[in-house]
Design a protein around this ligand. Structure first.
Ligand SMILES: Cc1cc2nc3c(=O)[nH]c(=O)nc-3n(C[C@H](O)[C@H](O)[C@H](O)COP(=O)(O)OP(=O)(O)OC[C@H]3O[C@@H](n4cnc5c(N)ncnc54)[C@H](O)[C@@H]3O)c2cc1C
Length: 357
């Protein structure tokens, strides 16, 4: 019998945590190395909406829907996972575009229900402003991002993974093969390395001559102090997107990806908070707590990069926006490809090699 494959995963955000967990569960000997510690960098600043909503082509829609199903599978394996299928009430498009989205995505099999004012009020009774018509998707949800990443890493650790702190300065190479990572001048060796380092990925990949075309747009999210329950699910309104977290905070961005922080992020956050408050009833005691500005690791065409790195044996790349939605599918598919060489058909459009064309 061959010995288990040793894999280093760089990154402890939602993507690295999911890949590490799936690799460990499949029998690999995994070391997770990160600068941040468990939870990541973009991950704690996320709105964390799990969805296959408007604005994406059908191929990507199917990957997202599969990822949503994989969340349910993962929650069975990890009963404490902070995942909630709370539903999303959406009217963030003009009426004609909202209807076009409903028609298109319904024909693809997305569970969209058209709702009027009264039904919207039943779904979210504390909205001060109600839409005349909206769409409701009961199968959308949320995974509290940091707690989820930590749950995955804690369970990976329990299954034998090693989780260490450190900053990878370079990949270790032997000819055209990766042999490990270099941290503070010391090399840790492995059979394979996964770069799941978010916006830190291009610098690491660059040490093996690989160019990762990634942007890092900022996104501001405002957080209230924990408050009594006001929202049942996700509210994707014209002026902002909001939800209530597991600890009771109401969080909002001018959209789910976070708003433009502007020149004065604190002022932008206070203004957004006031808008959010005006949209809700029963908010007399609702107080601003803090805002975050996160940087979304976003490949320049807006789609994931999840593939082997051609030309560098043993190196795997996983960098994406919508990482909360996609994490369980990326973890599963990456582990299979790394350990068994099987590439899931849903990943076909998302190899790094597309940028070489
Ligand atoms: C404001 C905002 C809102 C968002 N909203 C949503 C949403 O509603 N739904 C959704 O699905 N997605 C959303 N996203 C996107 C999602 O949060 C990200 O795609 C996801 O968090 C990326 O996770 P990651 O693990 O790749 O990166 P990160 O969480 O950034 O983790 C990167 C890890 O790599 C480590 N690292 C980097 N460089 C090195 C190095 N040299 N050595 C060692 N370690 C290193 C870091 O320390 C960290 O542990 C949002 C993002 C933002 C910012």
């Amino acid at each position: 019998m061959s010995s288990p494959k040793q894999v280093i995963v760089i990154g402890a955000g939602i993507i690295g945590a999911s890949i590490a967990w799936h690799l460990t569960k499949a029998g690999a000997r995994v070391t997770v190395v990160s600068t941040s510690g468990a939870g990541g960098v973009a991950t704690p600043n996320s709105f964390a909406w799990i969805n296959a909503s408007w604005g994406n082509p059908e191929t990507y829609f199917h990957l997202r829907v599969r990822a949503m199903a994989e969340w349910t599978r993962l929650a069975k394996d990890l009963p404490g996972l902070p995942l909630a299928w709370c539903g999303g009430l959406c009217w963030d498009l003009p009426a004609d575009r909202l209807e076009a989205y409903a028609a298109e995505h319904s024909s693809w099999g997305y569970g969209i229900e058209r709702v009027g004012r009264e039904q919207a009020a039943r779904i979210e009774p504390n909205l001060a402003e109600l839409p005349d018509s909206a769409l409701y998707v009961a199968e959308e949800g949320v995974a509290e991002p940091v707690a989820t990443a930590r749950t995955l890493l804690t369970d990976a650790d329990r299954r034998g993974a090693r989780i260490i702190a450190g900053t990878v300065g370079a990949l270790a190479l032997s000819g055209s093969k990766v042999t490990g990572v270099v941290i503070s001048g010391e090399t840790i060796t492995a059979d394979g390395v996964v770069i799941a380092a978010g916006t830190g990925a291009p610098a690491i990949a660059g040490t093996a001559g690989i160019k990762l075309p990634i942007e890092a747009p900022p996104g501001l999210i405002v957080h209230s102090r924990p408050y009594k329950k006001l929202l049942n699910g996700l509210v994707l309104a014209e002026r902002l997107h909001m939800r209530q977290t597991a600890e009771g905070r109401i969080i909002a961005g001018s959209d789910f990806g976070g708003g433009d922080p502007g020149e004065n992020p604190e002022a932008t956050a206070r203004e957004l908070f006031a808008t959010m408050k005006a949209m809700l009833r029963g908010v007399d005691g609702l107080e601003f707590d803090f805002h975050t500005v996160g940087y979304r690791p976003t490949p320049i065409d807006g789609f994931p990069i999840v593939s082997r790195a051609e030309g560098v044996g043993g190196l795997y790349l996983a960098v994406t926006h919508s990482g909360i939605t996609l994490a369980p599918a990326i973890g599963l598919f990456a582990a299979r490809e790394i350990l068994d060489g099987e590439r899931d058909a849903l990943l076909a459009p998302y190899a790094l090699s597309r940028f070489a064309q």
